[in-house]
Design a protein around this ligand. Structure first.
Ligand SMILES: Cc1cc2nc3c(=O)[nH]c(=O)nc-3n(C[C@H](O)[C@H](O)[C@H](O)COP(=O)(O)OP(=O)(O)OC[C@H]3O[C@@H](n4cnc5c(N)ncnc54)[C@H](O)[C@@H]3O)c2cc1C
Ligand code: FES
Length: 515
């Protein structure tokens, strides 16, 4: 049954399969939003009453129990929302120290006016003032250090905040801080588990903080710390991490540069150094921090080498604006999987697996709407053509890349996980061995970034992101029928064509005014 959202003096309906943000946009409300995936916090609203469903609690989303990110939540029953009370969420803070660590990297020591319980790996949102954009930065300091927290910032030219923090911020200047938030961090339950820490750029600050927390806790297993960069200056913690490796026998530091040759430093891609062919990662806890492309690739490789998805913590440092999808590049790098193809008997077992999977998808109330108007045979056939080429290596044309194939679909991380759990169950029911299931799941995981989103996007064509398709309000010349409720839409009455569903909705279903 549809939920009801009250917001800005109007009411909006939301179906089970759409986020609150999407329901508001679909019905013509104009809430502010940017990233559409829980990262920029631009869409934040106050939850005045009612229940929302999301994979993260409101506190995990926003740092407050009564605020939510509508791009991550679905509404349940009746939900009342109001503009975010941002002043109540942030605390004033003072910059105590700015310490340059490289030409474009600085460590900032920030003292909030009220105690914040921060731990290394969590992130805090910083703003210069209430009207300027907020950006997340990872905490690098230990909870017991001083009366504030430390962050490492790399200045991005033209960026709204980072350049100011690195090049212009001075002790005594004021900021607003919100948080801390995030799941990344060390827990004593990991004490006997080997840790693989993999960072690029300033992601090393947070992971170094986590490594220090682990060592202070008496971590009993090995810690492998991989830090990747392009040039020697990117390894800005080289001396600190080398010293840590000399002090603790179970801490191993592996620097790696992709575009420079330095004695004692490996050359190449850090993801391959850390997660290369020989790695067996079944018992390893993997922590990834830094450039989004590195995090996506490393997550794929870790799962491929046996790491359970639940054992991976990842903070991709995604920027607030949309960036180009990487799916074409990833597809070019996917290697054929002869063992999996043989286990699928060169495709004979693939067809029944896909038929079974899509039969369950079509019966699933959350997934079925994405396949409106299609048949199990059609969808399974298209997926067969794609996978047969990937697994066998006999490639001609893959059809649409994942971004363009899903550009209009609003899919949350949680829905992606829901689909993957269903898929994994089907593979198990069909008796595929664990190692092959893992490799197949890893392939899907690699394209998560191109598929998960909170608002429709345009296609990516010739290096350009086209505008997202807009739902249009129409007045048809003929009587017709609402695709949603089945009632008549008289000629001349307003109706909304919903691109995402390929459906025409009547005035009531689309919540349009009489005119
Ligand atoms: C969980 C998390 C933790 C993070 N931790 C850290 C950290 O510890 N340290 C750190 O340095 N960073 C971290 N980041 C990244 C950080 O939050 C900021 O995104 C980063 O500092 C850039 O912010 P900015 O305001 O300076 O740049 P922005 O204004 O976001 O711009 C970034 C870059 O994109 C360009 N740009 C802006 N808009 C567009 C557009 N529409 N099209 C094309 N280009 C555009 C700008 O010129 C600039 O070069 C983290 C991110 C996340 C998600
Ligand atoms: S966090 Fe919701 S739009 Fe960015």
């Amino acid at each position: 049954m549809d939920a009801l959202i009250r917001y800005g003096g109007a009411s909006y309906r939301a179906s089970e399969d759409e986020t609150i943000l999407q329901a508001l946009l679909r019905q013509g409300a104009q809430p502010a939003y940017s990233c559409g995936r829980g990262s920029c916090q631009v869409c934040m609203l106050k939850l005045v009453s009612g229940q929302v469903v999301a994979s993260k609690t409101p506190f995990e989303q926003t740092g407050a129990h009564d605020h939510i990110l509508p791009c991550l939540c679905r509404a349940e029953g009746e939900v009342e929302l109001a503009p975010a009370d941002r002043d109540s969420l942030t605390v004033a803070a003072e910059i105590v120290e700015v310490r340059p660590l490289a030409a474009d990297i600085a460590e900032l020591f920030i003292a909030p006016m009220q105690t914040l319980d921060t731990a290394p790996g969590q992130h805090v949102y910083l703003q210069r003032d209430a009207d300027s954009p907020a950006r997340p930065y990872s905490v690098v300091s230990q909870p017991f250090e001083d009366f504030g927290f430390r962050i490492h910032v790399r200045a991005l030219p033209g960026g709204a905040l980072s350049s100011w923090l690195v090049h212009e911020a001075r002790p005594g200047m004021q900021l607003r801080v919100r948080g801390p938030q995030g799941q990344m961090g060390y827990a004593p339950s990991m004490r006997k588990t080997p840790l693989l820490l993999l960072a690029t750029g300033v992601g090393a600050g947070a992971l170094a903080g986590i490594a220090r927390a682990a060592l202070a806790d008496g971590h009993a297993a090995g810690i492998d710390f991989h830090h990747g960069g392009r040039h020697a200056a990117d390894l800005y913690l080289h001396a600190d991490l080398s010293a840590l490796a000399r002090t603790y026998p179970n801490f191993r530091y592996h620097p790696c540069l992709s575009q420079a040759s330095v004695a004692g430093v490996a050359q190449g891609r850090v993801t391959l150094q850390a997660l290369g062919a020989a790695a067996d990662l079944r018992q390893v806890q993997v922590l990834l921090c830094g450039h989004p492309a590195m995090v996506e690739d490393a997550r794929y490789l870790a799962i491929r080498h046996g790491t359970d998805r639940g054992r991976i913590q990842a903070d991709p440092y995604v920027l607030a604006h949309d960036t180009a999808p990487r799916d074409a590049r990833k597809l070019a790098l996917v290697e054929p999987d002869p063992a999996l193809w043989a286990a699928l008997e060169q495709g004979k077992r693939l067809t029944p697996i896909l038929r079974d999977f899509y039969t369950r998808v079509f019966a699933d109330p959350r997934l079925a709407p994405y396949f409106h108007g299609l048949t199990v045979e059609y969808v399974a056939g298209k997926q067969y053509a794609f996978l047969a080429q990937v697994f066998s290596g006999e490639r001609s044309f893959f059809g649409l890349n994942p971004h363009n194939g899903h550009h209009w679909m609003v899919i949350s991380d949680e829905l992606f996980d829901h689909r993957e759990a269903l898929f994994e169950q089907v593979l198990r029911d069909h008796g595929l061995p664990d190692a092959l299931i893992q490799r197949w799941i890893a392939l899907h995981e690699w394209f998560r970034a191109e598929i998960v989103k909170a608002a429709p996007k345009g296609r990516f064509v010739d290096g350009q992101m086209l505008p997202a398709p807009q739902d249009s309000v129409e007045r048809l010349d003929l009587d017709t029928v609402c695709d949603r409720c089945g009632s008549e839409i008289p000629a001349g009455s307003p109706s909304r064509y919903v691109q995402r569903l390929g459906e025409l909705h009547c005035r009531q279903c689309a919540v349009l005014g009489a005119d």
